[in-house]
Design a protein around this ligand. Structure first.
Ligand SMILES: [Zn+2]
Length: 391
């Protein structure tokens, strides 16, 4: 850039930042020098960018030229102007500020030299400035470490801002970096292939089922070695339930949860399934059966009213009792019966009685509670009563 042709304001003193960039510090690498320069620029609310940089082998004393992000002049895209597509603008105003970094080959270190320490514009607000908000190497490492431990993006952002006051990174930058790390981790593999590799490397017991013609995955079963040990130690009761919206392929995730003798729950196994047919459930339960001791199979399996799963249980675990989950029953009763009541009070009384019935510990008590329900609701609310009895 020709510095002589640049217009510089008369009151230069407020835009002169030369003294901030004058230093005798030697930098061990070009990257360190760039980082320091950008940091000083950021502290003065100016954005410093690389204007040109020599390759290390290009000349005996490699150089890097850094300048203001408002250096140079904006050139209109002629094609877009001709087509009248969109009017674009730029903040570029030919700012003359320039700092040069040069490698001293004798000591193998880099030193900074101010070429022009003046800007021809005011310093700006850096919030949401894409370049100023970039993460430095330490911050990138911090995001990666925190992301790996499951910290939420908002918490990551506030930690970064706490560590370096004046930081202008936005939540979008955190999301973008997280997406980039995720993409790098996948290394061209699909997420499900990546998961398969992770669980195999971690010593999980893993089974897959693929479509007969082709390589499309239909089901993926995986169980942690510790979970398998727990399943064998506490095989009495398991709860089976599907979770949705856990992945972009819309594959339901069947989780099998066990209970210890001290009423602590533990994850037994997980199965990603392409559909919720009886055949898929049978395959999943067969895999689960294979990790258990054949002589101590589950006594009770708790499910919601998923008929395909209930049928599969009858076939794979014919000697186990299949009970319905109370939470699911209560949720369904609420969803179906609330609208059938004309008075809200009646609904609340009914739910109270229903809870008494659910809490019955003996068959006699259960019959008493059921008769109470029969007397109160068979005539007054026949629809409610028939739903409860038939479903
Ligand atoms: Zn400038």
């Amino acid at each position: 850039m020709e510095l002589d042709n640049v217009e510089i304001p008369s009151s230069m003193s407020e835009y002169d930042v030369t003294s901030f960039f004058q230093t005798n510090v030697l930098f061990t690498s070009k990257e360190d020098l760039i980082e320091w320069t950008c940091k000083v620029g950021r502290s003065l609310c100016y954005v410093i960018t690389i204007l040109s940089s020599d390759k290390v082998t290009a000349r005996p004393r490699p150089r890097v030229l850094l300048g203001c992000d408002r250096a140079g002049q904006f050139r209109e895209n002629l094609k877009q102007v001709r087509q009248n597509k969109r009017k674009s603008s730029s903040k570029k105003c030919g700012c003359p500020f320039q700092v040069r970094g040069q490698k001293d080959t004798l000591v193998d270190e880099w030193r900074v030299e101010v070429v022009c320490g003046m800007h021809n514009h005011e310093s700006g607000h850096l919030e949401a400035h894409s370049y100023a908000g970039r993460l430095d190497k330490n911050e990138e490492k911090m995001v990666e470490n925190m992301y790996a431990t499951g910290v939420k993006p908002r918490k990551i952002l506030s930690s970064i801002k706490k560590n370096s006051p004046g930081n202008t990174t936005t939540i979008r930058t955190i999301y973008n970096h997280r997406a980039m790390v995720y993409k790098q981790e996948l290394g061209g593999r699909s997420p499900i292939q990546f998961l398969f590799q992770c669980v195999t490397n971690a010593g999980y017991v893993c089974y897959t089922r693929v479509k007969a013609h082709g390589k499309q995955l239909e089901s993926l079963f995986f169980a942690n070695p510790m979970s398998i040990r727990l399943c064998r130690m506490f095989p009495s009761v398991f709860q089976l339930d599907c979770t949705y919206k856990t992945n972009r392929y819309r594959m339901p995730l069947l989780s099998i949860v066990g209970v210890t003798s001290t009423s602590q729950s533990f994850f037994g196994a997980f199965v990603f399934m392409s559909d919720e047919t009886e055949y898929s459930y049978r395959w999943a339960l067969d895999c689960f059966k294979s990790i258990l001791d054949s002589c101590s199979l589950p006594l009770v399996l708790i499910t919601d009213r998923e008929l395909a799963l209930m049928n599969a249980i009858k076939i794979i675990f014919p000697h186990s009792k299949n009970l319905l989950c109370q939470v699911h029953i209560h949720r369904n009763i609420l969803a179906h019966c609330r609208k059938l009541f004309t008075k809200g009070v009646d609904c609340d009384i009914f739910l109270g009685k229903w809870q008494m019935l659910m809490n019955a510990t003996t068959e006699v008590q259960l019959n008493i509670e059921f008769n109470q329900l029969l007397i109160g609701y068979a005539e007054k609310y026949p629809k409610v009563f028939s739903y409860v009895v038939s479903t």
